[in-house]
Design a protein around this ligand. Structure first.
Ligand code: URA
Length: 252
């Protein structure tokens, strides 16, 4: 939330914000139900409405492009997250890694999940991969404080394993709220996991990288994860191409 808008929102009592969120959630569910019903009817060969591929494609997109309704700011989201016990990752984590940076950022970097260093510090991307990300950001003539950095999940999976579907399901709504609160023009999805989760896709990162996608009105640029670059330094060139594309589009 920005400037004057933030001042206005400060006067709205919490229960009103809660109502706003409930309405947005209801609307999302209604859209999904309507979309599922129409797709089911089309599957059954129902006549009387347009079952063309073109129309079905539009119906498919409904849930993904649901209207933007946000009554949040980041502090409020973090307060709601609290000492989160919504999934089993709470058992072994040291710190929740909420996200850091500029709440009015035009560019948000989304990684996979905290590793050992991040879990210890409670900050995203502070280990070896994080140091490389910082270098990439600085090479873009930006600074960590100017962008926002977060992850798909906020607690470290033991042994740095991949996050499980139930863990993502529990955590993703908080990332959605963060992105709705910041409303960046661009999101850089770091690695397969972030790109596939944000875009609800199953293509490998090597296919997705370098192209812009839409996530509820925000543009997403998938690229290789910095940890992957540490193992495959020859891919740095590709990432730099992707970042140059972003720089040319972002008005900072
Ligand atoms: N890798 C990630 O995906 N996120 C972090 O915060 C650190 C490493």
């Amino acid at each position: 939330m920005k400037g004057a808008e933030k001042e206005v929102m400060a006067d709205i009592p919490d229960f009103k914000k809660e109502q706003g969120r409930a309405i947005a959630a209801d609307l999302g569910r209604l859209i999904e139900e309507a979309s599922n019903t129409l797709k089911y009817m089309a599957g059954e060969g129902c006549s009387g409405f347009d079952c063309s591929q073109e129309t079905l494609k539009i119906i498919d997109g409904w849930g993904k492009n649901r209207p933007f309704v946000s009554c949040d700011d980041l502090e409020e989201i973090q307060r709601d997250l609290g000492d989160c016990r919504r999934c089993k990752l709470c058992v072994e984590r040291t710190n929740i890694v909420f996200g850091t940076g500029n709440p009015a950022a035009k560019l948000v970097f989304v990684g996979e999940g905290p590793g050992y260093d991040e879990d210890q510090k409670g900050e995203p991307f502070v280990g070896k991969a994080g140091q490389l990300l910082t270098k990439i950001i600085e090479a873009m003539n930006l600074a960590r404080e100017k962008v926002y950095i977060c992850n798909i999940i906020k607690c470290r999976p033991p042994g740095n394993r991949n996050p499980a579907p139930d863990e993502i399901k529990a955590c993703f709504p908080f990332l959605e709220r963060q992105l709705d609160a910041i409303r960046p023009a661009f999101i850089c999805a770091l690695g397969t996991f972030a790109a596939q989760t944000l875009l609800d896709a199953d293509e490998p990162i090597s296919k997705m990288r370098g192209r812009l996608y839409d996530y509820r009105g925000m543009k997403v640029m998938p690229t290789f994860h910095p940890a992957y670059l540490l193992r495959n330094p020859e891919k740095k060139r590709d990432v730099w191409e992707d970042m140059k594309k972003l720089i040319s589009l972002i008005d900072v």
